[in-house]
Design a protein around this ligand. Sequence first.
Ligand code: LP5
Ligand code: MN
Length: 244
Amino acid sequence: MSPTLFISDLHLSETRPDITEALLAFLGGPARDAGHVYVLGDLFDFWVGDDTLDEPLNATVVSAMRQLTDSGVPLSVMHGNRDFLLGPAFASATGARLVPDPLHVDLHGAPSLLLHGDTLCTDDVAYQAFRRHVRDPAVQRQFLAMPLEARRAQVGQVRASSEREKREKAMVIMDVSPDTVSATFRDHGFARMIHGHTHRPARHEHVVDGHLCERWVLSDWETRAEYLRADAGGCTRIPVTIPG
Ligand code: LP5
Ligand code: MN
């Protein structure tokens, strides 16, 4: 059975053409032999609305994703904290399915929980308040009704506030909360979790009510272009190689 592949946190932007290059190599290479490809959030550095689909970087990514889905490989995209405004026009242009966070999947016989990962960072109280605000559909409607340049300006302000606040926060606050991880394993009853967001790639083991559970954290591509491959034998990290 073909493997399932996971990527997240590419933070695609015009300032890092090397990351877009790596994504194109992934989509035209290993992704073609996958049974399913999942993007677990923060594909883009930020997304201000589907009316930007024709911008050069976005059009390049959409076209490469469309070629993948046209070749018959299912592609699922989850929102991250940067690109939660990816909407139905993006989905129909790429042929991808926008999936909820968290998502339950059976990975080659192993029930697994997929998340972006930001919901596990519950000690970051300021971020969780910000998240509740910007995930409110009324707030999003109001934002999307603004002219494009005003939306970009507002995102610039939010990014600056976020960077300022992050400098003040302890590193431990910006990681997952161990209690929330245990509670999440307990609530869903699955022994495997896969997520991104924290930019701290690792495989963690957790013992929850006497059961051994594993948590895979995906790498961010600003540091290391890499995907996670899951098959009946388990999960493996694989670096993306750029041909030529
Ligand atoms: O992204 P990263 O990893 O650097 O930091 C995150 C948290 N920050 C964010 C903010 C994003 O970086 C920028 C969001 C772009 C979104 C574009 C869409 C349009 C927005 C409007 C839609 C309605 O997610 C950071 C975490 C960190 O992860 C680690 O987990 O700590 O959280 C913060 O720093 C948030 C601050 O604590 C609070 C932010 C205050 C912003 C004030 C403006 C509020 C008004 C918003 C109205 C649109
Ligand atoms: Mn993120």
